[in-house]
Structure formats: C-alpha cells, structure tokens
Design a protein around this ligand. Sequence first.
Ligand code: FAD
Ligand code: SF4
Length: 331
Amino acid sequence: MIPFDYERAMGAASAVATVTGHSGAAFLAGGTNLVDHMKLGIATPDLLVDISKLPLDTIEELPDGRVRIGATVRNSDLAAHPLIRQRYPVLSQALLAGASGQLRNMATTGGNLLQRTRCVYFQDVSTPCNKREPGTGCSALGGYTRNHAILGASDSCVAVHPSDMAVAMAALDAKVVVLGAHGKRSLPLTALFRNPGNEPNRDTTLEHGELIIAVDLPADTSSLSAYRKVRDRASYAFALVSVAAVVDIDDSGTFREARIALGGVAHQPWRAERAEEVLRGAEATEENFRRAADAELVFASPLPDNAFKIPMVRNTMIAVLRQLAGGQNNG
Ligand SMILES: Cc1cc2nc3c(=O)[nH]c(=O)nc-3n(C[C@H](O)[C@H](O)[C@H](O)COP(=O)(O)OP(=O)(O)OC[C@H]3O[C@@H](n4cnc5c(N)ncnc54)[C@H](O)[C@@H]3O)c2cc1C
Ligand code: SF4
C-alpha cells in the first residue's frame, strides 16, 4: 500500500473544506470498498478524512413526514430500524439482500451509494480500463461480459452499479442531501448517478470534496413495495438482476402509481420509466405486466455473454408486479 495521511473529521463543513482543497484526499466511511481499492492499487489517496464519527448517524422523521437517513448510518442499523421496516420495507429487503452481516455492520449509507463497480477488469490493475485509467480502453468489450450492462452503456464502458440499497432508494424517489464548498443542495437520487458516456471514470455527478450528508425518503407510504434479487448464490453475491417496485393500486385494480427500478443492468440504479408509463392508469393484469416489461426492454442491448439478462429482468419484473397486485408486500 502507498503511504497516506489520516485525519478524523471534526465537522462536516471542515471535512468538505479539507477534501475540496486537496486533490488527493478522500472521505473514509466504513472503508469496506475504499480500503479494498487502496490494497489493490485502484485508489491511491494521499489523505483519508475519516467521516465515520461525524454526527450523521441518525434516522429521524422530519416535521413534514419525510424520513432522513444520516450518511453514516450503518446498513444493518438502517435495515433493522422500525421506521424503515414499517414504512419502507423495500429498503430493508434490499439492504438485507446485500453483502454479509459483518459487512453491513461497517457499510454506511453514503459509502454504499458511492461504492464502485465490481467489473473484474476494473478491479485488476494489470488490465486496461477506461473507468480506472481514462483513455486506456475497455477490457470487458471483447472480454468477459456476463455481469455487465444491457441498458445505458457506451462504447467506453459497460459496467454496472453494484448497490442493492440504491435500487430500492431509486424506486422510493429518494433525495440525496449534499454539502459542498458552496453550501448544501438536494438532488433526486437518480440525478446522483450518470451513464458512462465517454467519461466512465465519473460514476456520479458529485464534485470532488462534496459530502453526502443524508438521504431523504418521501412521506407518502400508501404503497405496496418489494425487492427481488436474482444472483448466482443464495447469499453473499451481487445481483445479476434485481427489481425494486413501489406501487399503488386502487380498489378497482388499477395502478394509481408505479415506480420501478432495476439493478445489475446499468451504470446506475435504472429507473424503468417506460414500464412505469405503461402501468400508470392501467389495470393490474398479466398482460399489462408483460407490456410494461417489454416497453422497458425494447431498448436493451445485450453483450455476447449476457443476453440472458433480458428474459431474467422481464420475468423478475412480472413476478414482482404479480406479487404486489396480489397484495403481498414482501420480496
Ligand atoms: C465481499 C463483498 C460483498 C459485497 N456484496 C454486496 C452486495 O451484495 N450488495 C451491495 O449493495 N453491496 C455489496 N458490497 C459492497 C458494500 O456494501 C460496500 O462496500 C459498502 O456499502 C461501502 O460503504 P462504506 O461505508 O464501507 O464505504 P467506503 O469504502 O468508506 O467508501 C466508498 C466510497 O464512498 C466515498 N464516501 C463514503 N461516504 C461518503 C459520503 N458520505 N460522502 C461522499 N463520499 C463518501 C469514499 O470516499 C469512497 O470513495 C459488498 C462488499 C464486499 C467487500
Ligand atoms: S466495463 Fe467499464 S469498468 Fe469494466 S473494463 Fe470496461 S471501462 Fe473498465
């Protein structure tokens, strides 16, 4: 490992000022992703600013009914919190489908959103990778592509975002609260992430030194929701594909609202907006579930090893919608 300095952040604003003014600095939260990357030589910060002891570790209901999750709340605490389990079960399910108990005890809300892709070439510094070293090429193209993207990819990068939590948060219309050198801003979670385009080295829209301080969940919880993850092993594996759905179906069986996000298919948690459009105002029937899935997948562009993801997303999305239309909340 390359030598680096370490300091414990005394406050959010001073942490932001330090990292903003130091191009080689990085925030350290649970360290479960960043420290691995330092050991592998993928990340080489010369200063770690440890934010894990900042007072950003609470989950609270705001006066308007929204729920604010501090950036350093641990994944296990978030999954187990009564407010989350009762009002946003899809988020608990997604968190519990991720990593292992030990990792969830360390991993934080902010760090989970900002974890980097598990593309094997990104993790192997002996291979070219545009995300790791811009302009060197993409080893996945022409290589092993089973785990890669089918939506929103580019000729520069076909990696997928690995977070389960982010998929549930995308379906919940969560907002991310960010502190930067010029103050605080709030943005939809889906606007935090970006498609690779010709700058795959940039995973998000954050500037260097911007600190996620919280994630806000909307007050409205009149919906049914579920998260379903398909993976190679029953636990301790990243999603091949996953589906988070939050729906509101009226007494006559018509979708008042449908919000769907997909994991394991794109550079970001993918909001299935075309599918949602088909469902809003439509009856909750098998035919409409199929139409919705097909509307989203018509633009899917599989790679040599991952065409199986198209029927896998389709079947998983239909199964989740069928389950929710039957009134079952659990994934
Ligand atoms: C073996 C293994 C299996 C895993 N399986 C899964 C899985 O199935 N599903 C899943 O979702 N995840 C999985 N993970 C990933 C794990 O959930 C992440 O490593 C973890 O959530 C990262 O959080 P952290 O707090 O440790 O982040 P860190 O490693 O501390 O930080 C990650 C990145 O975020 C930045 N950062 C951290 N907090 C902030 C903040 N508040 N503001 C701005 N920048 C910040 C850091 O600078 C760094 O760049 C797995 C990890 C491992 C090692
Ligand atoms: S898919 Fe992206 S992360 Fe993977 S090798 Fe290509 S450029 Fe790198």
